[in-house]
Design a protein around this ligand. Structure first.
Ligand code: DX5
Ligand code: ZN
Length: 221
């Protein structure tokens, strides 16, 4: 079982003071900083001295490999559900199939760690080819809320996916994202999650360091 990584989600931070918010989280004991990449341009990262765990909620992650690599991102996690936007202007969402290898290769060539994320409605089996094939991804992000925004309710039924992944891949980094905090951390930890993303529970706490430390203790037993 890999060591715990606690990753405050910067989506819940004060965007006008991103650099000092990042410094504050590192001071509070964060291992990683989780950056949700949606529509804003990834021009921020080089100013932080931390592991930047980037979660790509975009329709064409390949377009972001170079800018994020330049910006100093550390991890690059794309969704298994999307791989391409057709140029006819119609957005088509489909499962990553033949072109995930190229994406993973590009991510690695820019010095980033490739990971794959799956939404609550996607069966866990969809990520197996990306772990079993040549040039596999190094982390799976199991979404425990519908992606989009912070402060949503944790979905405990997603722990079946975490358990299945932990059983099949004992040393894999498994990340959970959405609704994690003091009341849900034990469910995630006992299912086998090793990387914990937490936005509102950390940023909304009077003492973020205590929340971070509590979550780390729960994972590292
Ligand atoms: C949701 C994002 C999360 C979000 C989590 O789409 O991927 O990273 O910031 O926020 P909380 O921890 O508040 O659920
Ligand atoms: Zn996220």
């Amino acid at each position: 079982m890999p060591k715990a990584k606690i990753a405050p989600s910067m989506l819940s931070s004060d965007f006008a003071n991103l650099a000092s918010e990042a410094a504050r989280m590192i001071h509070c004991g964060a291992d990683w900083l989780h950056m949700d990449i949606m529509t804003y341009k990834p021009l921020f990262a080089h100013q932080f001295w931390a592991y930047l765990d980037c979660h790509l909620m975009v329709t064409n992650p390949l377009d972001y490999v170079e800018p994020l690599g330049k910006a100093g991102a550390s991890g690059f996690t794309f969704h298994v559900e999307v791989s391409k936007v057709f140029d006819c202007g119609r957005i088509t969402w489909y499962l990553v199939t033949e072109n995930w290898q190229e994406l993973v290769q590009q991510i690695r060539s820019k010095g980033m760690m490739p990971g794959v994320a799956l939404k609550p409605g996607t069966p866990v089996e969809e990520v197996y080819p990306l772990l079993d094939g040549e040039n596999p991804v190094e982390m799976v992000l199991v979404m425990t809320v519908e992606p989009g925004f912070g402060g949503q309710k944790f979905m405990p039924e997603m722990m079946d996916k975490v358990r299945a992944l932990r059983k099949k891949y004992p040393s894999l980094d498994i990340e959970v994202d959405g609704g994690l905090g003091a009341s849900t951390i034990d469910m995630a930890a006992s299912a086998g999650a090793s990387c914990i993303v937490a936005g509102s529970s950390v940023f909304g706490a009077a003492e973020p360091a205590q929340v971070i430390s509590l979550m780390r203790k729960s994972v590292d037993v």
